[in-house]
Design a protein around this ligand. Structure first.
Ligand code: IVH
Length: 682
């Protein structure tokens, strides 16, 4: 357990009413920055590692914002500041760096007798041993190096000798310590970065919302994320890490137990299932237990690892070029089986994607009966040569739906590939189907298969901002038959709504009021709300700036392509959306219902304006204000100069900036004027 930093005012019940930055001296700022960093690192540890935070989220945010504000105002940046957890500048490429010691891999087997043979060879050399039994995490292995107790770098495994420098990305993981207290001079550790199951599901949902391909499994998602070039994207993704090995240290360690104690004591996240066991039979029992429990864990594992606990014995056992002789992995069997394909059907997913699915003669895969498996896309059906009647091998990897991986026997080989073709129209709604690369999509946003998702998206905060229509309510509205197209939202009736399970008059009235209020909307937001594939908020705004709604309905692919950031794929997606009659009808009905998308060049309202703040504006933190103004084109700076347009004077303002504004002839705005002249324009 890591101790709280002593005499630090920001650890327990911190006072978050800070003096305006312009009123404090540089020396005070430095001290505050130092204390805030230490406190925030401790709060990260309590939140991400121990799972027992000492401050409320709001307090944490206030400390974090204050630190960011001071770093900005006094130019006190540091790569290992907790503010870097939200990501830094994008990189051009990942650099290759050598490991402090080779990162070996493990010898492994999936059969108990082979495991007993590993154990026998170990005992033949060093006599009886105790094993450290650990889950074998199915993630992405990294080396993390600390110098002078500070995070120095994180490196991927690569070829075992050298890997890629992914420091900026690994720093964004909240549970990775940035500074260590009482660490040995030399310390390099190894761990496995993974994506928690729930985070993986959310991430895929968000990707699908944006029309991006979901990741196949958490391992791919983690591996893809760790190697991204933009750390801010990484910071938005739910990664975590378990540490399991000290690769190099000046500390005197005699056993794996001491290694784990060292790691834990320094604040590294270590897995709770890890335990010492007396012999190989106990390793086998441990593996059987974890195999039965694997689906209940928040992370994926593909076996267990057994390591000789005693380091003196490890020394005597030694290593080959590739793996240590003192450890082995006992893998779980792949969840695979063979069965016959009864039929191939086409399923429409919530994103409108058409997926060929094999209906199978039911087969048991380790206790789970499988009767359907995905074939991914039409090309895959062809490549595998799957058709009705063929015997196929199926596999279930982690949480993901089972897939057909190969044809093992084919009674009717003449029939093979070429039999299967994707339909031209959606099997659910008859809407037009478009092809994008390997995939096919239904273009009708009111297709029943997509409706729940379109509805939820339409109502979401960045879209029409209709509060009260989340996943559950969207399901209810569709299931009760009240909404068959997005436009039906505006003809909802209070009595029908109030009769829904868990609703009442109040919630019905609230929703109707929200709907009414949503009718006045700007065109960009409306276009985004329609849920056109590949059209996020930015592109929607660009489209709305380039076209009126009428023009957009008829825009050609070529005209669409002239819009910034609209490539061939996006243009085709927009064009086919508005070629689909059902969508045009939905738009027309929305307009008839009173939705009034107004064209205005949102977000350019403050273009070219340079604003400086002194003092606070009630209801906003400084970083929220900065973000708000900057997304509308303004430039928010920390000092007044001749280039400043306005100095906004809030509560508890500082002296210096006002004097500067006087000298430079810069106009000052009080809170009321700020509200009227700037905020009201947004
Ligand atoms: S120890 C020298 N322990 O499995 C021993 N590895 O080849 C170094 N892995 O890529 C590995 N969980 O990243 C160890 N509890 C665990 C592990 C683990 C997962 C990974 C490791 C390596 C692969 C085995």
């Amino acid at each position: 357990m890591v101790e709280a930093p002593e005499d630090n005012p920001y650890v327990r019940d911190p006072d978050t009413s800070f003096a305006p930055v312009e009123e404090i001296e540089e020396e005070t700022a430095r001290e505050q920055v130092r204390d805030l960093r230490a406190a925030i690192e401790y709060h990260d540890y309590r939140y991400y590692v121990v799972n027992d935070p000492v401050v409320a989220d709001r307090t944490y945010d206030a400390l974090f914002d204050r630190l960011a504000e001071l770093e900005e105002a006094f130019d006190l940046h540091d790569e290992n500041s907790p503010t870097r957890r939200v990501g830094g500048e994008p990189l051009d490429e990942l650099e290759t760096v050598a490991h402090v010691a080779p990162l070996l891999s493990l010898q492994s087997a999936g059969d108990a007798d082979e495991i007993r043979a590993f154990d026998r060879r170990i005992r033949e050399t060093v006599g009886e041993v105790t094993y450290s039994a650990e889950p074998k995490f199915d993630g992405f292995s990294v080396e993390v190096v600390y110098e002078d107790s500070a995070f120095e770098r994180a490196v991927t495994r690569g070829d075992g000798q050298e890997g890629e420098d992914v420091s900026a990305n690994v720093r964004t993981i909240g549970s990775v310590p940035l500074h260590l207290d009482g660490a040995p001079d030399v310390l390099a550790v190894r761990g496995e970065v993974y994506m928690p199951r729930s985070g993986f599901v959310d991430l895929n949902e968000r990707r699908m919302e944006r029309g991006e391909e979901p990741f196949a499994n958490p391992r791919n998602a983690a591996a893809g994320t760790v190697r991204l070039l933009d750390p801010s994207t990484v910071a938005d993704r739910p990664l975590d890490v378990f540490f399991y090995d000290v690769i190099e240290t000046s500390a005197d360690l005699d056993s794996q137990r001491e290694a784990f104690d060292l790691l834990r004591g320094l604040g590294f996240r270590v897995n709770d299932e890890t335990t010492d066991v007396g012999d190989v039979e106990a390793v086998i029992d441990y593996r059987d237990r974890l195999m039965a429990e694997r689906d209940d864990l928040e992370y994926e594992i593909d076996g267990v690892v057994a390591k000789v606990v005693d380091f003196a014995k490890r020394e005597r056992l030694g290593s080959t070029a590739r793996h240590p002789r003192w450890a082995f992995a006992y893998k779980f069997p792949p969840r695979t089986g063979e069965t016959a394909v009864e039929r191939i059907v086409v399923q429409v997913g919530r994103t409108g994607k058409l997926t060929p699915v094999a209906l199978l003669d039911p087969v048991d895969l380790q206790g789970v009966t499988i009767s359907r498996a995905t074939l991914h896309n039409a090309a895959q059906v062809d490549d595998l040569g799957v058709h009705e009647g063929a015997t196929v091998r199926i596999e279930r990897a982690g949480d993901v739906i089972p897939e057909v991986v190969e044809v093992v026997a084919d009674a009717d080989a003449d029939r093979a590939a070429g039999d299967f073709a994707m339909p031209d129209t959606c099997p659910v709604c008859d809407g037009d189907v478009v092809r994008e690369g390997e995939h096919h999509y239904c273009t009708n946003a009111s297709c029943p298969a997509q409706l729940r998702r379109s509805l939820q998206h339409f109502c979401s905060r960045d879209a029409m901002d209709i509060e009260g229509v989340g996943a559950a309510a969207a399901d209810q509205l569709v299931e009760a038959g009240l909404v068959e197209s997005l436009a039906d939202l505006y003809t909802l009736d209070a009595a029908d709504l109030a009769a829904l399970d868990g609703w009442g008059e109040r919630s019905a009235e609230n929703l109707l009021a929200e709907l009414e209020a949503s009718k006045a909307v700007d065109l960009g937001t409306f276009v985004y709300a329609l849920g056109i594939r590949h059209v996020g908020t930015e592109r929607a705004r660009a489209l709305a700036a380039a076209f009126s709604l009428d023009e957009l309905l008829d825009a050609s692919v070529e005209a669409l392509r002239d819009v910034e950031d609209v490539g061939p794929e996006v243009a085709a997606s927009v064009a086919s959306y508005f070629d689909t009659e059902a969508n045009v009808e939905t738009v027309e009905r929305l307009l008839e219902a009173g939705v009034d998308p107004e064209r205005r060049d949102r977000d350019d309202e403050l273009d070219g304006l340079t604003v400086v703040f002194t003092g606070s504006v009630p209801g906003y933190t400084r970083s929220e204000l900065t973000e708000l103004l900057e997304t509308h084109g303004a430039n928010v700076t920390s000092s007044v100069s001749g280039a400043t347009d306005y100095l906004v004077v809030g509560e508890n303002p500082g002296q210096r900036k006002r004097e500067r504004a006087d000298e430079e002839g810069v106009e000052t705005l009080g809170l009321a004027a700020f509200e009227e002249r700037i905020l009201s324009r947004l």
